[in-house]
Design a protein. Structure first.
Length: 355
């Protein structure tokens, strides 16, 4: 693994920690920055799994408060109502994330243009909501006093953030302010809602991609996780005071700036390739790719009932084998190019599995 890739993972982890809990879209920032850095990883798992660092940052800062809520559950109806409300608020995003997972990862995550546009649009919306909230008298100022119906509607707003560039915290904050909360409690509720939401996303994405994760992927995730944890803890500690003093307008202007710069960059800058194989994949002859990857002869693209599936990810010789049926004499090779280029899918049959 090149040192430049590790440095990129470190930079992206820092950005995750800085942006996860502020309404600027951490995923949008990471995907956009990763695009310009030429950073690629198996199944886009890095962008989701490093969120574990941010989750642990919240748990660390809010440990004693969470502990007090847990201790009060047997005797306090208010504590039980709050926990139930956060759980109910989490459910809309959970169902949307499961049913739209493939579309989000394979379509929305692959569109830097969409991210930039949503950053800009979201910036103007956040600016409008922030100014509107400043003229309103808040009805709710303590997250633990939020009614369950309010928490549920805020959770529905969170679903909009399935589109990268919208911002999970931005959507929930905007929804909270429009429903009559004050700015401080709106920001704090995003912390509580982030715990099940980000935790669930982490577990589900790991489950969906566990067979494709390589040692190199784990190293990159570990670097990004550590950076996100340290930086995220600092942000969580000071964010509420910042919001109380300055509101959300600074984040709105930042979104508009980054979205605009990103759009300009997409038209004038060609990002470096993360690896040679990815760069050459669209122009290589398919048979040459197969022979280089597997050393086997190419035959018709015919599916067999009993098969092995080989996933060849760049670099092509770094292969992973997954048994899908019982007969080791038949195999199908799938050479995939993650990213903007079309996938290669070529059938192969062999009498032996030598690699």
């Amino acid at each position: 693994m090149q040192s430049e890739t590790i440095i990129s993972a470190l930079i992206l982890g820092i950005v995750e920690g800085l942006t996860e809990f502020i309404p600027v879209s951490s995923t949008g920032h990471i995907l956009l920055l990763g695009h310009f850095l030429g950073f690629e990883n198996t199944g886009k798992i890095f962008e989701v799994l490093i969120q574990l660092g941010a989750i642990l940052a919240i748990l660390t800062i809010y440990f004693y408060r969470l502990l007090n809520i847990a201790k009060a559950l047997p005797t306090s109806s208010a504590a039980r109502r709050f926990v139930a409300g956060v759980t109910i608020a989490f459910l809309p995003a959970a169902f949307a994330g499961v049913f739209l997972h493939k579309f989000i990862k394979e379509v929305l995550f692959e569109s830097p243009m969409l991210i930039c546009i949503m950053l800009i649009i979201g910036g103007f919306i956040l600016l409008w909501v922030d100014r509107k909230a400043s003229k309103m008298t808040p009805k709710y100022t303590n997250v633990e006093d939020y009614p369950i119906w309010l928490m549920f509607i805020i959770g529905c707003f969170q679903c909009i953030a399935m589109i990268p560039g919208v911002s999970r915290s931005g959507a929930t904050i905007a929804g909270s302010l429009l429903l009559g909360t004050n700015k401080r409690s709106a920001a704090e509720f995003t912390f509580f809602l982030a715990m099940p939401t980000m935790g669930g996303a982490f577990v589900y994405d790991l489950y969906k991609n566990i067979d494709l994760v390589t040692t190199d992927d784990l190293l990159l995730v570990a670097v990004g996780f550590a950076a996100a944890f340290v930086v995220g803890a600092v942000v969580v500690k000071y964010l509420l005071d910042f919001v109380t003093k300055y509101g959300f307008a600074p984040f709105a202007y930042w979104r508009i700036l980054i979205g605009t710069v990103g759009l300009i960059g997409l038209f004038v800058y060609t990002p470096p390739s993360a690896n040679t194989a990815a760069k050459e994949a669209p122009t290589l002859n398919a048979e040459k790719m197969l022979k280089e990857a597997m050393g086997k002869e190419m035959v018709d693209e015919t599916k067999e009932e009993d098969e092995f599936t080989f996933h060849a990810t760049a670099p092509l010789k770094d292969l992973q084998m997954k048994k899908s049926q019982s007969d080791p004499s038949k195999a199908e090779t799938v050479i995939t190019k993650q990213g903007r280029h079309p996938d290669w899918q070529i059938g192969v049959k062999s009498d032996r599995l030598s690699r």
